[in-house]
Each structure stands twice: as structure tokens, then as C-alpha cells.
Design a protein. Structure first.
Length: 336
């Protein structure tokens, strides 16, 4: 679109102390930045936003904060107390200093408004998906055999295997599910620090035979894996979760928990009740939702079609990127 984009990485300097490593990395990145001289800088996590603030102050470079995640909540689950406190502080400071803030869902928009930001400073641009890659398809039985998956009554989760995703609730539901539908399989795609704990939970719960951990897969495999599923799982009430749009792009019914946090949720305006099934965030709630959709596959099919119509109409990357570019152009042209 006539714009030049450069990804600017912050590489931690290797030391014995993690925080010092990152701090040195930021200083080195700042020195490197002096040669770049961009028209606008965009950051999408809190710690790199510290560098964005310094650059804004020193070089008077316009700064846009892309508020795409519930950062402090993620860090809290990692058990990093000092970093968590820093993240909570930054979540309240960075949006105020940024020239404009792009928020990924209505919960983050409301959070920024409570900080005192004006509507003129905020732009709601949700996540999206690539409709050429993520689209409905038949179950590829050859691909399923290659993965060792029986393509019948398949539940799929794609994401990081960490505490943040609350996968214990989903695994906890499986004993109840297989007691009524013994041939159900839960396929978990991804890697993370919580993998061994989840595998141990499967063993302790007696569901290891029906829960498969297939690790990280090439991006081209993800649509095929999603299309092997009968339903998909999102253990977070997160309307900003990228995988939610990719599930729906493939026309899959999704089971997700009700509720949310001050910065995370799935609003009815974004996805009405006929686009996904919201359940109580307990093993019993997930089991009930999973069994309901597996026993009513026509309803699951209709829910998936409704979801796909919704994302195809409003959440393709081509459509959303145009909104994104308008914000950046507005930032550059603004008299700062």
C-alpha cells in the first residue's frame, strides 16, 4: 500500500540476570534505532512499549500502542511477581502516553476509557484471519492417519500449553465426556511450559488414551487439523484470541467459557450466541457443552456456518489492515 514496514527486534543481551539482559537489549536497540528514523513506531507488548516511550520523548517520533492481549494476566500465570507488578503499572501508563491506542476488543476499549483516555485516541480493530488459508474443508483421512488420529468425534485446541489457557478445565471434562461417548478424542496442538503438568493430569484423571498432544505444527497444517475436528475449544473468554477467528473461518462450532476479566471477554456484539457455545468455566460446564454439540451435529454445523458468515463479513485481514493503515496515516499526519 505504498508503505515501508521494518520489524524492529529487541534482543536480550546474555547475562546471568534476565531483567538486566532485557534492559541491556533495550539500550542496544535504542542505539540501533537512531539510524532508522521512522515516521511512526508501533509496539504490541508492554516492555517494548517502554522503548517506544523513550523514542517518542527523545526523537519526537509518533507512537502507537497495539493493545492486543491481557499482558499482566499472562505474566501472573507464569509466576513472575516483579514482572507482573511492572506489567500492571505499564498497562495503565502506556496507553496514556501513546499518541493513539489500537484495542483488539470492547473489553480493552472499556478498560482504556476507565483510565481517562478519550474516544478520539482509541481505535477498535479486532483480530482476524486469512480466508484463503482458513476455510471449510472435508476431513483429510490420509492426513489424520499420518497424525495417528481417528477422524471421528474430534475436539481440537490450538494454542500455547501454559497456565494462562486454563486447559486443566478442559482435560478435567474429558472423563465425563468419554463416560458417555467413549470414542471422543481431544487433540492439543502447541507447546509450552505447562506440557508435563497437563500430561500428568491426563494420567491422574485416566484420560491419557483420549487426549493427544501433537506438539507445534507447521502453519500450513493448522487449517487441516481444524478441519479434522467436529468442534473446537477456546478455554479463555477472549474475543481477541487469533485462533478463535481461524476456527470460525473453517466453519467450526466453538465451545468457550462465559465471563471474562476487565481486559478480556467475548461480547455479544462481536459474536452473538448463535456463533459459539458459551459454557460455565468448570469441567462440568465444558463436558455439558461438548456432549451437547457432539450429540447435535446439525446444530454444531449451523453454528459453525453462522460463525463463518460473521468472520468472513467483518474479520478478514484484508479488511482490517485497511483500518490499521488509516490509523497509522492519521498518526503520521497529526501535528504532534
Amino acid at each position: 500500500m505504498g508503505h515501508e514496514v521494518e520489524e524492529f527486534e529487541i534482543t536480550p543481551w546474555k547475562t546471568r540476570w534476565l531483567h538486566l539482559s532485557y534492559l541491556i537489549g533495550m539500550v542496544l536497540a535504542f542505539m540501533k534505532f537512531r539510524k532508522v528514523k521512522p515516521d511512526v513506531i508501533v509496539t504490541e507488548d508492554l516492555e517494548s512499549s517502554l522503548l517506544g516511550i523513550v523514542i517518542k520523548i527523545v526523537f519526537r517520533t509518533p507512537f502507537v500502542f497495539d493493545f492486543i492481549d491481557d499482558y499482566s494476566r499472562i505474566i501472573k500465570y507464569d509466576g513472575q511477581r516483579l514482572r507482573y507488578l511492572l506489567a500492571r503499572w505499564l498497562e495503565r501508563i502506556v496507553p496514556k502516553i501513546a499518541d493513539y491506542v489500537i484495542v483488539a476488543d470492547s473489553r480493552k476499549l472499556e478498560f482504556c476509557l476507565t483510565l481517562g483516555l478519550s474516544n478520539e485516541k482509541l481505535f477498535l480493530i479486532p483480530n482476524g484471519y486469512d480466508p484463503d488459508s482458513f476455510k471449510p474443508g472435508l476431513k483429510d483421512t490420509v492426513f489424520a492417519e499420518k497424525l495417528g488420529i481417528d477422524p471421528h468425534n474430534v475436539i481440537v485446541f490450538v494454542g500455547k500449553l501454559n497456565r494462562y489457557y486454563n486447559l486443566e478445565v478442559v482435560i478435567g471434562s474429558m472423563a465425563r465426556v468419554i463416560s458417555q461417548l467413549p470414542d471422543v478424542q481431544l487433540i492439543l496442538v502447541g507447546e509450552g511450559k505447562h506440557l508435563k503438568n497437563l500430561q500428568t493430569l491426563c494420567q491422574d484423571s485416566g484420560v491419557s488414551h483420549c487426549v493427544r498432544f501433537i506438539g507445534s505444527r507447521p502453519h500450513n497444517d493448522i487449517p487441516k487439523i481444524i478441519n479434522l475436528s467436529d468442534i473446537c475449544i477456546l478455554p479463555l473468554p477472549a474475543g481477541s484470541a487469533l485462533i478463535l477467528y481461524e476456527y470460525m473461518g473453517c466453519g467450526k462450532a466453538v465451545v468457550a467459557p462465559e465471563g471474562g476479566t476487565e481486559k478480556m471477554g467475548i461480547s455479544k456484539e462481536m459474536f452473538p450466541e448463535d456463533c459459539l457455545l458459551k459454557v460455565e468455566n468448570t469441567p462440568e460446564g465444558f463436558a455439558e457443552g461438548i456432549l451437547h454439540l457432539l450429540r447435535n451435529k446439525d446444530k454444531a454445523l449451523q453454528m459453525g456456518l453462522k460463525a463463518r458468515e460473521k468472520v468472513a463479513r467483518s474479520y478478514t485481514w484484508n479488511r482490517l489492515s485497511q483500518q490499521y493503515v488509516k490509523v497509522l496515516e492519521k498518526t503520521v499526519s497529526r501535528d504532534l
